[in-house]
Design a protein around this ligand. Structure first.
Ligand code: NAD
Length: 281
């Protein structure tokens, strides 16, 4: 079986570049599809407390028979749990649901600038890493200013920033900033949640040229530009198809053509909330 390439974090740990995400997957379905993802070859799973399926992911890990050192599990701290003590408590609750002793990666799910607790929350993640409960700490949905503030106020640079990122919204500027600080960029909604992106003629032409599917071309683009990428599907054939994107290699012309699909200059392309202003309960 082909295994995903790994990328190295600024803390020396590594992450499989291609992973599998389980947003909007119910707990018992999560157990089934995560087992299928492991069977397809995925070794990196992305969940979050708010997805309500950490327990299902935990049961899948147990059923798979894979050892902790063979897999990479991420979960995220929900907004309502931000703050130093509440983060430590929420972490233990997530670990109980996952059934794990040590976590590979813990992320602050959203910056929540209005709430303004993310620096204290980050200090709790630093403490969890010091205690050895979590190997790697990072953030999700952080702006350049938010990242800079964490660095200035704690001296600890996040290992990763997981943000919305797909060809229609390719985050070129933020990726460059992350790289300049030694922060990996992870792409959420990497397929643009399916639909229009996968039906576009540019992706279709590149897919035909490589004998690949549109989803595989988009995943191969993420891998080529250096993103950690976590496509989701609950359909077994698509889970396998997405994993097999590892065998698709795009040339520079393909990568440039897909880079050109970004719509952010027109103020478009973003599907989800803007982390600079979003304020979820
Ligand atoms: P995605 O871009 O991965 O798209 C998933 C959808 O694309 C599927 O539901 C299906 O409709 C379609 N699809 C998948 N494989 C396909 C294939 N081979 N052919 C055709 N269509 C296909 O969207 P997502 O689930 O939003 O994002 C992926 C993961 O990112 C999530 O599961 C979650 O783990 C993470 N995420 C994180 C955040 C965050 O705030 N940190 C937000 C959203 C998602």
């Amino acid at each position: 079986m082909t295994f995903s390439p790994v990328l190295t974090f600024n803390d020396g740990n590594t992450i499989p570049q291609l992973g599998y995400g389980v947003w909007q997957v119910e707990d018992d379905i999560a157990e089934k599809v995560v087992v299928q993802a492991f069977e397809a070859g995925f070794r990196h799973i992305d969940t979050a407390k708010i997805y309500g399926n950490e327990a299902g992911v935990g049961r899948a890990i147990e059923r798979s028979g894979l050892k902790p050192e063979e897999i990479f599990i991420t979960t995220k701290l929900w907004n309502a749990d931000q703050g130093y003590e509440s983060t430590l408590k929420a972490f233990e609750e997530s670990m109980d649901r996952l059934g794990l002793e040590t976590l590979d990666m813990y992320l602050i799910h959203w910056m929540q600038p209005k709430q303004d607790k993310y620096v204290d929350t980050w200090k709790a993640l630093i403490e969890l890493q010091k205690q050895g409960r979590v190997k790697t700490i990072g953030v999700s949905n952080f702006t350049k200013a938010g990242l800079q503030r964490l660095i200035d106020e704690t001296g600890v640079v996040p290992a990763i920033n997981q943000v919305e990122l797909h060809p229609f919204f390719n985050q070129a500027e933020l990726r460059e900033f992350n790289a300049s600080k030694g922060i990996l960029t992870q792409a959420w909604s990497p397929l643009g949640q399916g639909g229009e992106l996968l039906e576009s003629s540019i992706i279709g032409q590149i897919a035909a040229k490589h004998g690949a599917t549109p989803a595989q071309v988009v995943i191969a683009w993420h891998l080529a530009v250096g993103n950690v990428v976590i496509p989701k599907s609950v359909t077994e054939s698509r889970i396998r198809e997405n994993y097999a994107a590892l065998d698709v290699s795009l040339d520079e012309t393909d990568v440039q053509a897909i880079n050109g699909m970004d719509k952010s200059a027109e103020g478009a392309g973003r599907i989800g909330a803007d982390p600079a202003v979003s304020d979820f309960a």
